[in-house]
Design a binder for this molecule. Structure first.
Ligand code: DGY
Length: 312
């Protein structure tokens, strides 16, 4: 068999089809289908989605594998160390989904603080009786501190957005607390984690899920947030303790939560459906036509380049 590229999806747009013109030995088979599993032994390139973990066992069944391309910026579903040892390249889509993801984090923040879904439901219910002084009151953002975990491109893009709302961004990351962050609209302080949490009326996550960040924000850390704080997560589930967040929302210690990602998604803790002031989205961070096209192009170009490289 001459299979060179095994993809679990046609992706968005025409980029995978164009890759297939350059490398006709391409096959699309659903993740973990029999065809996909059998294809591993011949494939030189795998193309997967962020919801499709690749295990060491998969890699061991793929002796010809040169490159894994993931249709995401996140690589937490790939065995990175093993890929390094085996000399398998990993291609992701860093850079092209920065604005889309930061936009979605902002949309979640405004949806939570301005109770957008509740307002819309009131109009659609037919029960709206007209403007009232205390109707669907939200929470203002101007002048408040926004703690941002992760000072990479998405964290900085989110900082520009909240700065435009009049908020004060501050950052935490593993780079160290002494160097301020230039976020393109100003300079923000880097704070030690405990200090950042204690100062943040809004906390937004923009760091990858790694061994260092898994379980980073446990119940004790979350308790440092000011009363009424808002948490936004468009990064990955597993960084925050979701049960603690649910308890804190029920006790009205947190003011609201906006989630685009969940530990173990697409399964998620059913308690989320019953807690007050949680806005829940189905992992839409990069979901714009432009962005998904740009991601497909970057991924297909990266896979093609890796396949064209001479063997070392
Ligand atoms: C990614 O690509 O890793 C993001 O989670 C998209 O939202």
């Amino acid at each position: 068999m001459n299979l060179r590229i095994l993809s679990t999806s046609p992706l968005v747009g025409k980029h995978l089809a164009s890759l297939g013109e350059a490398f006709p030995e391409i096959s699309i088979a659903p993740y973990r289908s029999v065809a996909w599993t059998l294809g591993l032994q011949h494939a030189e390139a795998l193309i997967v989605l962020l919801s499709e973990p690749i295990t060491a066992d998969d890699i061991n069944r793929a002796p010809r594998l040169k490159v894994i391309g993931t249709y995401s910026v996140g690589t937490n579903h790939l065995p990175l160390e093993l890929c390094k040892t085996r000399g398998i390249r990993v291609v992701n889509t860093a850079g092209v989904l920065t604005d889309a993801t930061a936009d979605l984090a902002l949309a979640l923040l405004l949806a939570v603080t301005r109770r957008i879904a509740e307002g819309e439901a009131l109009v659609r219910s037919g029960n709206w009786k007209g403007w009232a002084p205390d109707q669907v009151l939200g929470i203002g953002l101007a002048g408040k501190t926004c703690g941002i975990l992760g000072s990479g491109p998405i964290g900085r893009a989110f900082a520009r957005r909240v700065w435009a709302l009049g908020m004060k961004p501050v950052f935490w990351d593993r780079e160290g607390k002494h160097h301020p962050v230039d976020f393109g609209a100003g300079i923000a302080r880097r704070l030690p984690l405990d200090e950042l949490l204690a100062a943040s009326s809004v906390l937004s996550l923009h760091c990858p899920l790694t061994e260092d960040t898994r379980g980073l924000l446990d119940r004790g850390h979350l308790a440092l947030l000011p009363s009424g704080a808002i948490i936004i997560n468009t990064a990955r589930g597993g960084i925050l303790d979701e049960s603690a967040m649910i308890d804190m929302l029920r006790a009205r210690v947190l003011g609201g939560v906006g989630l685009d990602v969940y530990e173990g998604e697409p399964k998620f803790n059913a308690d989320w459906l019953a807690v007050p002031n949680a806005v829940l989205l189905p992992h839409l961070g990069s979901a714009t036509v432009e962005t998904r096209n740009a991601m497909a192009k970057m991924l297909c170009d990266g896979v093609a380049a890796a396949l064209r490289e001479p063997p070392c």
